[in-house]
Write a protein that binds this ligand. Structure first.
Ligand code: ZN
Length: 146
């Protein structure tokens, strides 16, 4: 286990524009605002979703698209540092017109229809992603002193 003690920083409320890429929009906001650590939630609607599922046996992402209008039931994520740049990791649950849910790890290519995002900055030690041998993912593991 690795844990970090963080203090709450500013809360940013952000509305992304219609047609914007969800992941790139949040990432560029975090980068422009100089946010290196944060927790975030969002809701709204997208006109298409691009998602990933991590295959734990094969240790590869399986990408899939949902090319229809969807409600964003719940999006959650965080910001940490990967290669010295703010990196947004987010998962979301979506619903179609019948209320059926689909979700996963959000990928580039998810197009915003309307989106309201709450980003809570976290202040404390550097939250750095590093290669993890066990999962083959980049996980928190950076230095505990900043
Ligand atoms: Zn993920």
């Amino acid at each position: 286990m690795i844990s970090y003690r963080m203090e709450p920083g500013s809360i940013h409320l952000v509305r992304l524009n219609t047609g914007e890429d969800l992941l790139e929009g949040i990432t560029s906001f975090a980068s422009d605002a100089g946010i290196e650590a944060a927790w975030l939630t969002y809701l709204g609607a997208v006109s298409r979703a691009s998602l990933r599922y991590y295959d734990q046996d094969e240790r590869v992402y399986r990408d899939f698209e949902v090319a229809e209008h969807l409600e964003v039931l719940s999006g959650v994520g965080n910001v940490s540092l990967l290669d010295d740049e703010p990196f947004v990791h987010t998962h979301a649950a979506f619903a179609d017109a019948a209320g059926n849910a689909v979700g996963g790890h959000l990928n580039s290519g998810t197009t915003v229809w309307a989106l309201e995002v709450r980003i809570q900055e976290l202040l404390g030690p550097a939250l750095v992603r590093e290669p993890d041998d066990c999962t083959a993912l980049s996980l928190w593991g950076g230095t505990l002193s900043k």
